[in-house]
Design a protein around this ligand. Structure first.
Ligand code: COA
Length: 243
């Protein structure tokens, strides 16, 4: 597909994905995330032609106008949509699949260690919420979603939702994933939680208490009741009005 054919495809995909987008003219003139992708196509061609300095200079001009810093060496798939644009950084060895959506402030970066492939691979149809950081040579699987503000440091399986710092899975293949083993959290408090839960186990054992068959069952029941309550009040609590 030619340069202009791909532009047409980009604009259509924004119209499909962003409910705020109304017309072709609006998308072409008001979406700096798209301009950044278009600039990148030229700077990437220069990069491949070994015109490294002009490629980098063009990517910096693009950054000035769009707020998006994409290294010309990065490989971007078709129909990438960078919504709101500002503050997005995509590193040199990042690979982005097709139909990926990225919000403002996202970094697809290195961890600062090592050379070679040091940036993430983002598979097809991944959604990355605003200000999320995906760091290192890791892979985010197809159809997965990364929550706003998350810091992803290890591979994300396909069809999953991850949130938090560092990120952990909350949904997989449409099913809610509850963390029952503190080892799965991997944040600086994990060790303290693991020591605490071992201590609780030991105390329960000494007291002869029944082991907890379904940990977090009560908490999950509370959450479900709360969600049902919100659903009942749907007329009063809607997106953006809850807080
Ligand atoms: C990650 C996301 C896609 C999940 O949405 P969802 O499938 O509706 O998930 P839920 O709301 O059921 O959340 C599941 C759990 O993850 C938590 N969670 C959701 N998003 C989170 C986030 N960004 N950071 C930390 N925790 C988050 C919820 O609190 C909930 O936990 P709980 O059940 O213990 O209370 C969504 O929350 C998100 O972050 N979207 C990004 C939106 C965005 O970037 N918008 C930019 C507009 S300009």
């Amino acid at each position: 597909m030619g340069f202009f054919g791909r532009i047409r495809e980009d604009v259509s995909s924004v119209l499909e994905r962003d409910p705020a987008a109304r017309t072709w003219l609006e998308v072409v003139t008001c979406y700096p995330g798209l301009w950044a992708v278009w600039f990148h196509r030229i700077s990437h061609a220069l990069w491949k032609a070994k015109l490294r300095l002009p490629a980098r200079m063009l990517s910096q001009i693009a950054r000035f106008y769009t707020g998006v810093d994409i290294h010309p060496g990065a490989l971007l798939g078709p129909r990438l949509f960078i919504d709101h644009a500002t503050g997005v950084v995509i590193g040199e060895t990042a690979i982005v699949g097709s139909d990926v959506t990225i919000y403002q402030g996202v970094t697809l970066g290195g961890t600062g260690k090592g050379h070679g492939k040091r940036h993430p691979t983002i598979c097809d149809r991944v959604f990355i919420g605003n200000n999320a950081n995906v760091l290192g040579n890791i892979t985010v699987g197809e159809n997965s979603r990364v929550g706003a503000g998350s810091v992803v440091l290890s591979d994300v399986p396909p069809n999953s939702t991850v949130v938090g710092v560092p990120a952990h899975i909350v949904y997989r293949n449409g099913n809610r994933v509850l963390i029952t083993d503190p080892h799965d959290i991997k944040d600086p408090l994990s060790d303290a939680l693991i020591a605490l839960s071992a201590r609780v186990d030991e105390l329960e054992h000494r007291m002869g208490a029944e082991p907890c068959v379904e940990p977090f069952a009560e908490e999950e029941a509370d959450r479900s009741a709360y969600r049902e309550e919100l659903d009942r009040q749907a007329g009063y609590v809607s997106m953006g009005e809850g807080i």
